[in-house]
Design a protein around this ligand. Sequence first.
Ligand code: NDP
Ligand code: 8X3
Length: 252
Amino acid sequence: MKKIALVTGATSGIGKSTAIMLAGCGFNLIIAGRRKERLDELKSQLEIKYKSEALPLCFDIRSRDEVCKAVENLPRQWKNIDLLVNNAGLAVGLNHIQDGLFDDWERMIDTNICGLLYITRCIAPLMIEKKQGHIINICSVAGKDVYEKGNIYCATKHAVDALSKAMRIDMLKYNIKVTNVCPGAVETEFSIVRFKNNLNQAKATYAGMTPLTGDDIANVIKFVINLPPHVCINDIVVTPTSQANAIIINRD
Ligand code: NDP
Ligand code: 8X3
């Protein structure tokens, strides 16, 4: 029987690459996001190219009700989830704290912290029941350092870093692995979202460097999930070769 993975934020970037990688590794996939057409397109790709079964779940992860209902209403066989990839997340805006917009702050806190908590709260009991599972939280180098104008985004990712540690302790006696993955600069739709569709600003984020791709992070996740049952990678930081940490990048 194929294993089942649930990937949040599967409509784009790291989440989409991860879903495709997992299908290639023989998983059936629950793919989550708000953009239904993209989920449907990905479902076809996973089914035709990889012969995986795929179930799209369309919800806004900031809504506790939508998340809980989506998980509750899963067909019984789809509740047998082996791997949860908590990937949905975003940065909105890049401002000094005194200039920040409350709406931007709330979007980041509600998505990156509350959303991750809601889905984890719904899926963890299903893993506990079978005393087996793996939760991978996509954190960031912004969860390890803070940078100018990164304030709230960095705070949400520091929260993810702390939650990964906390979950590992709470899940320990149930044989559930928890891995915190901290990417540096990955060229996805991330900067387009952060700069509110200003494509020039988004492009400038990666100027003079070779950023990571979603596939690079999916490959790291592939390594993490293919280790023997007694081995758990707790925390992994992966940056482009030209990036030392969240602050220092060597540009041409
Ligand atoms: P993308 O913008 O390409 O993808 C973000 C994904 O999150 C989309 O699939 C989006 O789906 C989903 N998402 C956002 N808000 C919501 C919401 N309210 N409800 C449900 N889904 C939501 O960015 P990345 O792939 O780069 O980002 C993925 C993760 O990686 C994020 O947690 C990000 O913080 C983290 N990260 C990114 C880095 C980078 O440089 N790119 C570096 C380090 C970490 P939809 O819009 O369809 O709902
Ligand atoms: C995304 C990477 O450095 O823009 O988490 O915060 S960074």
